[in-house]
Write a protein that binds this ligand. Structure first.
Ligand code: R5P
Length: 284
């Protein structure tokens, strides 16, 4: 059975459709003292695929509870699909006394599963933190589907060098266009982003800015603003994980984005494409 976390119900349902597996109906409750209680009262299978994005601390707790609940209900084999792995940006200790949070989360999840599937983790190396076997999926190609067919001299641009791989994946899936990347600097104290234009000409061209995550929207909105200043025709924002916290959407609109395109690894209004078919291939 496919067992969804509360934040991954649409993706889990799509995955059930893709794989022909049954979809469980967990309950997500809370005790008066605030403690969570996620349960799977209708679980009756030997195998469980828990699909739970971890975009909040509560979601991590829920994931651990769902893993334990299906074991308790008789699952002999548990696969854990983490569509968006939170804490993956804390993949090292950046200062005195700081934890490697991605490692702490990975170890906790590994105790309750036989296998882990990650979708575009921010740093591929976080897979090494898991004690259970891990498969990492690049689902960025689905972001090409909702783009207009008539992009003019398209440029697929990563806001920093680290995202050039997924920009290339989206360009390849689209079937035409160039790729390039900006240089990015982030002030760790203020979070302020500065991007330096690449040499690629953008005037009168359609540009798709591709990133793994849009969180505060600072990186993407700075990139969009620079491209509009330089005369781009249309600027699209495409990301695998549309976290979009606080005023990220309005920042992007203010910067003049034409459209925001995200996947359902984090379910938001702009999650117009699903990674379910990519996951189904891995789970087959
Ligand atoms: C950073 O390396 C990531 O690829 C994203 O660019 C970053 O996490 C986006 O964060 P924000 O939306 O807060 O600028």
């Amino acid at each position: 059975m496919i067992v969804p976390g509360s934040s991954s119900q649409l993706l889990a349902a799509a995955l059930a459709d893709e794989t022909g597996r049954r979809l469980a109906t967990p309950t997500y409750d809370r005790f008066p003292d605030g403690e969570a209680l996620a349960a799977v009262p209708d679980f009756d299978d030997d195998e469980a695929t828990v699909v739970a994005t971890t975009d909040s601390d509560a979601a991590w707790v829920e994931l651990l509870q769902l893993q334990d609940a299906v074991r308790e209900a008789g699952a002999e084999r548990v696969t854990t699909v983490v569509p968006y792995m939170g804490y993956a940006r804390q993949d090292q200790s950046f200062g005195d006394g700081e934890p490697v949070s991605a490692r702490a989360m990975a170890r906790a999840v590994s105790t309750g599963t036989d296998r882990v599937v990650l979708v575009n983790p921010h740093e591929p190396a976080v897979a090494d933190f898991y004690d259970a076997p891990v498969e990492t999926v690049d689902a960025a190609g689905v972001l090409a589907e909702p783009l207009p067919d008539d992009l003019g001299e398209p440029l697929f641009l990563a806001p920093d060098e680290g995202a050039i791989g997924i920009a290339e994946t989206v360009r390849d899936a689209y079937g035409a266009g160039e790729t390039d990347y900006f240089e990015k600097r982030r002030d760790r104290e203020t979070g302020a982003i500065e991007v330096s234009p690449s040499d690629a000409p953008v005037s009168e061209r359609d540009v798709v800015v591709v990133d793994d995550i849009v969180a505060t929207g600072s990186t993407m909105s700075e990139s969009v603003a620079v491209l509009n200043d330089r005369g781009a025709a249309r600027v699209f924002a495409a990301c695998v994980h549309p976290m979009l916290v606080a005023n990220a959407v309005t920042k992007l609109r203010g910067a003049g984005v034409d459209r925001i395109v995200g996947s359902d690894t984090i379910e938001r209004g702009c999650s117009v494409v699903s990674v379910a078919s990519v996951l189904a291939d891995v789970l087959a």
